[in-house]
Design a protein around this ligand. Structure first.
Ligand code: EPZ
Length: 419
């Protein structure tokens, strides 16, 4: 199988640039289906999930081309409202095409989405919200036939949990619906705000993004535009955590410290020096890492669950005992058993991990089982003594543009090869 061979033990030094955000680009690509015109999307990351989105858009009749990080999409004449199961299973965010398809065409047939096995990952909140907007959903053997016999209309939607995907799906459906939709307890992630900015750039009427109440007044049509995707804050967090583990100093460009405050605070508490500027973050770690007070993952602006595997890897080398509580996904400690193979001392029970830091990790043969677990193992291997063989890198490719090349450019020794 394809894997990374990582020779650990070198400090990082230099400048590294983050790509455009996967979790902003994916909903924005779904939103292209709503647009009666051509969209040019700059800063589109070259990732397998983005390629999967191009396949879904093309299947719906949207003309798509991705070249050198620029996506051009033309949905003047969608030809289908059906998304085959094999495409739905490619990733979690395929579910966002429900809102976009319903919004543009008034109907959609799809199955449940795939994605990383972080837990059940139901879409009940998405479906309940869309039903309030007039969507009729007929489910049979995992296939959802969705239609709006009386038209799609605005509604007041209260989310029992500030779900990112459910917030995005409602925004997509509401953009062209009749009347006003208000989302209460909306997710506040920066990627939601990026989607709102993109939709407004196409003529949508949206306010309140970044707060818990988002208002969307449907318009008759959306026009084409040019837009640049926001930087990927989790890729930035990945580079910061890798530098914290390996030691040395790094300037992470195309990144915004204001979007990573909880992660930066924890890394400073662990003994790193970090300075945030408008579009870059500087980190240096010269002293041994030390344990931190309990970390709890929460919806934004709390500590991001996507950075939890990475900070767990950092704390595996922090002197003292740290505790991490994973409050978002029920199965998001999948890197921990692999970190233990590398010499980490981690006890995982349900949603709690107790980490007794050790001075050294050792190279081992380990497997990634989801995107951020793979990134965490890569970061740990860069700082470990000896050689690590990391399998399952197809998960890493879902969210990182050639992670091995990026880290090698600042001193890591990683090759992509058969293992
Ligand atoms: C988005 O997933 C991100 N993915 C995830 O990033 C991120 O971890 C997550 O938001 C939280 O920030 C994309 O944007 C493509 P949720 P999403 O709906 O939308 C439960 C990565 O590594 N829930 O906020 O699926 C759900 O099971 C990925 O880049 C329901 O119960 O997250 C989970 O426990 C991983 N019913 C919690 O809410 C629903 O209808 C958070 O899910 C929807 C969600």
């Amino acid at each position: 199988m394809q894997g990374f061979v990582i020779e650990g033990g070198t400090e990082l030094k230099g400048e590294i640039m983050t790509s455009g955000s996967k979790n902003a680009a994916l909903p924005i690509m779904a939103a292209c289906l709503l647009v009666n015109g051509e969209v040019r999307l700059d800063g589109c990351p070259c990732l397998s999930d983005v390629y999967s989105s191009v396949r879904i858009l093309s299947c719906l009749g949207c003309r798509c081309e991705l070249r050198g990080g620029v996506l051009t999409a033309d949905a003047k004449a969608p030809t289908s409202d059906y998304i085959p199961d094999r495409l739905m299973r490619l990733m979690r965010s395929s579910s966002l095409y429900l809102g976009a398809c319903i919004g543009r065409l008034g109907s959609c047939t799809l199955s449940y989405p795939g994605g990383c096995e972080l837990g059940a990952r139901p879409i009940d909140l998405h479906l309940a919200a869309l039903e309030k907007m007039g969507v009729h959903i007929n489910e049979s053997r995992g296939v959802l036939e969705c239609s709006c016999p009386n038209g799609l209309h605005g509604a007041g939607v209260s989310l029992s949990f500030p779900s990112v995907g459910a917030t995005e799906n409602v925004m997509l459906a509401a953009a062209l619906a009749k009347g006003e939709t208000v989302i209460y307890n909306a997710a506040r992630e920066p990627e939601i705000a990026d989607l709102a900015r993109f939709l407004r750039c196409c003529g949508a009427n949206i306010t309140g993004e970044g707060t818990s109440v988002i208002r969307i007044s449907g318009v008759k049509a959306l026009h084409g535009c040019e837009y640049k995707v926001m930087p990927d804050r989790i890729v930035a967090a990945t580079y910061l955590c890798t530098a914290a583990l390996a030691g040395g100093e790094l300037m992470v460009t195309n990144s915004r410290a204001c979007e990573l405050r909880p992660v930066i605070d924890v890394l400073c508490e662990a003994g790193c020096d970090i300075y945030g500027y408008d579009d870059r973050i500087y980190i240096s770690r010269k002293r041994p890492l030390k344990a931190v007070k309990t970390i709890r993952t929460m919806p934004y602006p709390g500590f991001p669950t996507d950075a939890q595997p990475l900070i767990t890897a950092v704390l595996a080398r922090a002197r003292g005992v740290s505790v991490v509580a994973e409050n978002i996904f029920e199965n998001r400690f999948r890197a921990n058993p692999e970190l233990v193979r590398m010499g980490a001392r981690i006890r995982t029970e349900g949603r709690i991990a107790v980490i007794e830091g050790t001075d050294r990790l050792y190279g081992a043969r380990v497997m990634a089982s989801d995107l951020r677990a793979g990134a965490a193992l890569t970061a740990a291997a860069v700082s470990a003594q000896g050689i690590t063989e990391l399998g399952g890198i197809e998960y890493i490719d879902r969210g990182y543009e050639r992670l091995e090349k990026a880290l090698s450019s600042v001193g890591a020794r990683i090759t992509r090869t058969k293992i």
